[in-house]
Design a protein. Structure first.
Length: 400
């Protein structure tokens, strides 16, 4: 997995730093896992392992969320029908992000403290483990994506502190079962997204040099890359250049649909606007763009069995205190929006494995992402919204 993939003159897409062999090998791992993933998505239960005596594990079909109380975060399992909640494990950090593996066998969490660790929770055994990339020189993990139920692609950088443009991010392969970390060749990039057995996409940001005219601004070059399963080379499907200093991003947080056909990205411009764009994953061509009036925390989620993507928006016709839940059907090219929601920002979205429910968490304008309320809605109508109490960063488990 660590054979050099650096592009050479006369052969590769400039600027990727990625060799084909590493990514193809990673996608082979994905392909091996996809059969089990599809079985789970169709309703077959995932393989289980015995939990230690006295340890609570989430029930099939439940939603795993973060709840904050008495100055600490804990994982809880919430039944979306009965609303019964069970505490699972106390977290030694404040949770900022969650990513579910295929079949939700494991959940990966990133901390608000922005360190070199990924925290992995096993939904079958109730065990929480910290996996560090510090030995590889990583000081901050920025984003993760699951390749299989045991392997993550991790974007991390060797510098501390906040940086809107992660120029120094590199991609790594992390085996969560063993803790082994390997570089993905010499690839520089961030915000990876994986469609099991179908495609891998990621963003590459680089310094484009000074803006002419004596200003202190510099150009930022942002590129969106994709590699399909079995493809011979990486493909550039989007590229843009803009001056820094305005919090601009064109392809932020790409998310592939489960079949790898479509991709959603968000475009930010300062703190007052965001555009969600659904694209063809093979060409990058925009199929639909939706404008909202406030960027906030962008959150998107693809359905499991169909080509629908959910996201939150503040339509320009509404007040900036109004949030709506939206669903775009990429097959039918149809957009639907809910009635007004009760809070300003959606901090997490998750579809049930039969696509019958959509879970989302809402927080107020001044609250942190781990302080929120958990709701479910019927995706068919975006109605029948149910309050499940406290909970943020939801992740659905397959039913029994």
């Amino acid at each position: 997995m660590h054979a050099s993939l650096s592009r050479r003159r006369g052969g590769a897409v400039a600027g990727t730093g990625l060799g084909v062999a590493v990514v193809v090998a990673a996608l082979v791992v994905v392909a091996l896992a996809v059969g089990a993933t599809r079985a789970v998505a169709a309703g077959a239960p995932a393989a289980t392992a015995a939990a230690p005596h006295g340890v609570n594990v989430p029930a099939p079909g439940s939603v795993v969320v973060v709840r904050r109380a008495a100055g600490r975060d804990s994982l809880w399992s919430v039944d979306p029908v009965s609303k019964a909640a069970t505490e699972l494990v106390t977290l030694p950090f404040r949770a900022a992000r969650v990513a579910a593996s295929p079949g939700a066998v494991r959940l990966a969490y990133l901390s608000m403290a922005a360190g070199p660790r990924v925290y992995v929770y096993d939904t079958r055994t109730g065990v929480l483990q910290a996996r560090s990339l510090a030995a590889r020189g990583v000081k901050v993990v920025d984003s993760v994506a699951w390749v299989s139920s045991t392997r993550l692609v991790v974007a991390g950088k060797p510098t501390r502190g906040y940086a809107f443009y992660p120029f120094a991010d590199r991609l790594y392969s992390l085996d969560v079962a063993t803790g082994v970390v390997k570089r993905l060749g010499s690839l520089l990039g961030t915000e990876p997204t994986v469609a099991p057995g179908a495609a891998l996409a990621w963003v590459r940001l680089s310094d484009g040099g000074p803006v002419a005219g004596g200003t202190p601004l510099r150009w930022v070059v942002e590129r969106l890359y994709r590699l399909g399963h079995g493809a011979a080379k990486t493909k550039l499907i989007g590229s843009v250049k803009y001056p820094n200093g305005f919090d601009i991003r064109r392809f932020r947080d790409p998310r592939l649909s489960h079949d790898g056909k479509y991709l959603i990205t968000s475009t930010t411009g300062s703190d007052i606007s965001v555009r969600y764009t659904v694209r063809s994953a093979s060409t990058g061509k925009a199929l639909r763009t939706v404008l909202t009036t406030l960027a906030g925390r962008d959150a998107t989620a693809w359905s499991t069995l169909s080509e629908q993507v959910a996201f939150w928006q503040m339509p320009p016709a509404d007040s900036v205190t109004t949030t709506r839940l939206a669903i775009f059907n990429a097959t039918a090219r149809a957009l639907r929006s809910s009635a007004k929601l009760s809070q300003v920002a959606v901090t997490g979205l998750a579809w049930s494995y039969d696509d019958g429910l959509l879970a989302y968490s809402l927080r107020g304008p001044q609250a942190a992402d781990d302080v929120a309320e958990l709701w479910t809605a019927d995706p068919a109508t975006l109605a029948s919204q149910t309050d499940l109490g406290a909970g943020s960063l939801p992740a659905f488990l397959p039913g029994s």
